[in-house]
Write a protein that binds this ligand. Sequence first.
Ligand code: AMP
Length: 598
Amino acid sequence: MSILVVIINKFHFCCKHSHLQLKMLEKKGNFNMERVIQEFDEVTRNASIVQRETLKMILEENGDTEYLQGLGLGGRTDIESFRACVPLVTHHDLEPYIQRIVDGDTAPILTGKPVTSISLSSGTTQGKPKYLVFNEELVHNTMQIYRVSYAFRNREFPIENGKALQFIYGSKQFKTNGGLTATTATTNVYRSHQFKSTMLDIQSQCTSPDEVIFGSDFQQSLYCHLLCGLLYADQVQFVSATFAHSLVVAFQSFEKDWEELCRDIKTGVLSSRITNPSIRNAVSAILRPDPELADSIYRKCEGLSNWYGVIPELWTNAKYVYGIMTGSMEHYTRKLGHYAGRLPLVCAEYGSSEGWIAANVDPLTPPDSANFVVLPDIGFFEFIPLRGSDNCALSEPIGLTEVQVGEEYEIIMTTFAGLYRYRLGDVVRVEGFYNSTPRLKFICRGNLILSINIDKNTEKDLQLAVDEATKLLSAEKKLDLLDFTSHADMASDPGHYVIFWELNTDAKDEVLQNCCDCMDRTFIDAGYVGSRKIGTIGPLELRVVERGTFRKVLYHYLSRGTSVGQFKTPRCVGPSNKVVLEILNGHVIKRFSSMAYD
Ligand code: AMP
């Protein structure tokens, strides 16, 4: 208990004096793996007390805000009063408050301290980015979770002095009407003064200069990430991106551009495709003619079979490939595993633009069974128990340490950045406990995605249907599903589900027809099956799109300010998302209509 008090005091100190403490750490430039793990163990052992303390700290810091004052909390900081006064909310409920902050109202509306910047969440699921408050506490939380997961990773895969080939991208910043800087949460983190020092401490310094990370043209940044990664290949200890999707995109580009990259290294002259002056100057400054390196890369690439194991072949000191590989990213792990060859795929943390939730403390666990341990001092968490099949709420939210193994829940967050009892929209399953804090498996975004009438299918159901159908593809040599999405087509009568697929190569019509039938059969929701049988929902349609179509979807989101690092292919495209529907429908090369219920 005495150690706990020390931790709570330290944490209190961190929140109030995070700048000062991080400055001290920067000076020492050290990282004590054992100490980080020991502190994590202590905090998770006392999760219930730490949660109470964390809520108290959040409410002490923000109790005078207009939002909490208006709810009659009256300065109380205990869990019971908090629950009695503060309602559960969604982003929609908070929009008017956030909009006032965005428009320049400097009163303490949601947070006690003034808001200095705004984050834009990727918004890939909703079709438009969400505005959120960003502050120093979120930066501090980010460094905290980076350090915790690195400590556990490093215990299994110790890395020496080195760097990381990180495919990270800052996105454009703009000023809101009220003069606040707005950009994605990841960019806010990359631009923070603590990011660089933490990356140095945890041997994760990016091989590319800042000009590449913050370059305004994604294609040029990607090319230069690859080039810098090759120039510093012997120092690279691991290869990473925020999401697995960015890693797959990077190595798909490598497959196309490797000869040009070799040419640049051989001649020491950067390709003319890099036209952005600041990227060009920064990368040219580190590029020298190195025919030996260029020839060795060329030979290695030529020797690969279908790019299997390209990562360990070229980055021989890399110990693992790292990024978020769970949830909607699981689809990309097959392709990523192909590029990674013998290297393990290590899953990164669980969090969101709203705030961090949990760390991966079992880096050896593969993506399909990875779970995440909630950090009880990173926010205050509640869980709405859900009924399995349709994600219906069963009862009032319960506390972090009250959840049951095997049950599914929707997460509610209360953060240091102005969110109180906020429904994140994610569904998780409790897989077990680490000391007294739960291990969560990410299940899906909670919102219902495919529905025509009484049928209800979620992202998880869609994933299951696609997984089942792609088993039929794997029988065909070299045939791979690159990406997919769905749409509930109500324009036809009756309405029906449309699944868009992009394949790496041509497939036989017979195989695709079987895949289409298989998906239709795999949606086993009673409402769907019943409606299909009586014809109130039409046959599921598989629309195969041209190669490169999902790239076009990605570019569309990038043009609207989403960063590549945060991009997640929307698994369902709503009728209002006209541009994306047009991109998809404009590139359909084959259509199949299910015969599963004929
Ligand atoms: P954003 O705020 O745009 O960065 O997206 C956050 C969302 O990404 C979360 O609410 C989750 O749905 C998803 N996400 C983040 N981390 C993970 C993870 N480790 N596994 C699965 N999904 C994740």
